[in-house]
Design a protein around this ligand. Structure first.
Ligand SMILES: [Zn+2]
Ligand SMILES: [Zn+2]
Length: 434
């Protein structure tokens, strides 16, 4: 009798595996069959990039495609965002997949036949517009995922929410936008999202590879402004001044001790950068004020709080010691949380990534001091953000043009892996829940 149950159990569990395996095969077959379509979408989007909160054409293409697949579509979410809801044939959790849609004020170089010739005026300067971060590839890949999953909808045990998000690189000055606004407008509700997955193409990771990191993978950012006020005087009589230039120089130096003396560098990195320092108009006048702009980057909430406190203390106390005052604003105009990959979720989904890309092609990534507004979703629900190789095989990561530069280049042969990876993350998560 016991043996009978054992055999039955083996039969049932191998049946479940076979089912999952066959679904994976379906996904892979379908993804391969639409490879050319995905590349064509990407080329079209690449040729017609749009800046944050202006992704009108892009959103139109996305909405039309989702509608053609019979997916329920919402438009105008967080300005130009598009949300698609695909209800599977079986009950189960709601899994969100996200792609960002915006380009950058960068003038494209190089001679791709689909290079962008779009130009605009940005902050008073005439400049080109380019998909210099690869968000065109994210949109095309997620459109591909929608087509793959719609083709097997009857076998999907749950609901997939496709989030096409505007303005990841930041909204125009004075406007709200991006993931923060999408969350505010309720993108994670109705139906309520249980987990979220997203990817970023990477121009310095070889095609075929996926990289990931549990926990803090991209930094929290706070920009800052320090205004030092002293007493103006003739440059020939400094003793009658309170010199904000000297105080500012001391502040910049003292801020370096946060990373070197306050941060436990064995646990996580951190950055303090002063990127702008402005004060004074001529050689022999000690000015009244100096303004500094900077950025701080962290990987945990605790470090972030510590950095903010230390910058404030160092700036105000250094100014005080010189007889002046310092006013500190953090964040000044911009804050992104840590892009934090939920650790149990990352562990749970690692086998899915390895089964998709091959175990040798799934690699641990060091923390990145850049930032991502995917972090706003992860503040609300567990999420996993991975990186997809976009560098031609055999390329040198140190020489491959980096993101946000005019020569930024992506090898299109990696897109199908992206389509498979996101499709399988959604399906495997749902199947693991059963
Ligand atoms: Zn970017
Ligand atoms: Zn990006």
């Amino acid at each position: 009798m016991r043996r009978f149950y054992f055999v039955l159990l083996v039969m049932i569990s191998s049946n479940v595996l076979a089912q999952k395996g066959s679904l994976r095969m379906e996904v892979s077959k379908k993804a391969l069959s639409i490879e050319k379509k995905v590349i064509d979408w990407r080329r079209d989007l690449h040729e017609h990039p749009e800046l944050g909160n202006g992704e009108v054409r892009t959103a139109g293409i996305v909405a039309k495609h989702l509608e053609s697949l019979g997916i329920e579509v919402q438009t105008g979410v967080a300005k130009t965002g598009v949300v698609g809801i695909l209800k599977g044939g079986k009950p189960g959790p709601v899994v969100a997949l996200r792609a960002d849609m915006d380009g950058l004020p960068v003038t494209e170089r190089g001679n791709l036949p689909f290079a962008s010739k779009v130009r605009t005026t940005y902050n008073g300067q005439e400049v080109g517009v380019m998909h210099a971060c690869g968000h065109d590839t994210h949109v095309a890949i997620l459109m591909g995922v929608a087509e793959v999953l719609a083709s097997i909808r009857k076998d999907i045990p749950g609901t997939v929410k496709f989030i096409f998000q505007p303005a990841e690189e930041g909204a125009p000055h004075g406007e709200e936008g991006g993931a923060e606004l999408m969350v505010k407008e309720g993108v994670l509700e109705n139906p309520k999202v249980e987990v979220i997955f997203g990817l970023h193409i990477n121009s310095q990771t070889p095609v075929g590879d996926i990289t990931y990191r549990p926990g803090g993978v991209m930094a929290a950012v706070n920009d800052l402004k320090i205004t030092v006020t002293g007493r103006q005087a003739h440059g020939a009589y400094p003793w009658s001044s309170v010199d904000p230039v000297v105080i500012s120089a001391q502040i910049v130096n003292n801020l370096q001790t946060i990373v070197s003396r306050n941060l436990n560098v064995t646990e996580n990195p951190g950055v303090v950068t002063i990127g702008a320092i402005n004060g004074g108009v001529r050689s022999n006048i000690i000015p009244e004020k100096v303004e500094m702009l900077g950025t701080i980057r962290n990987f945990t909430k605790e470090d972030e709080a510590m950095f903010i406190e230390r910058v404030k203390t160092i700036a105000t106390k250094t100014a005080e010691s010189g007889g002046g005052t310092a006013e500190v604003k953090i964040p000044y105009s911009n804050h992104y949380p840590v892009t934090f990959n939920d650790i149990p979720l990352t562990e749970k989904m690692l086998p899915s990534l390895k089964a998709t890309a091959g175990a040798d092609h799934v690699k641990l990534k060091p923390p990145v001091t850049g930032a991502e507004d995917f972090s706003f979703y992860q503040e609300k629900v567990p999420g996993l953000f991975i990186f997809l190789g976009g560098m031609p095989k055999g390329g040198d990561p140190l020489k491959a043009p980096s993101h946000h530069t005019p020569d930024f280049f992506i090898d299109e042969s990696g897109f199908t892996l992206g389509v498979n990876a996101l499709s399988n993350l959604a399906l495997d998560y749902m199947n693991l829940k059963k």
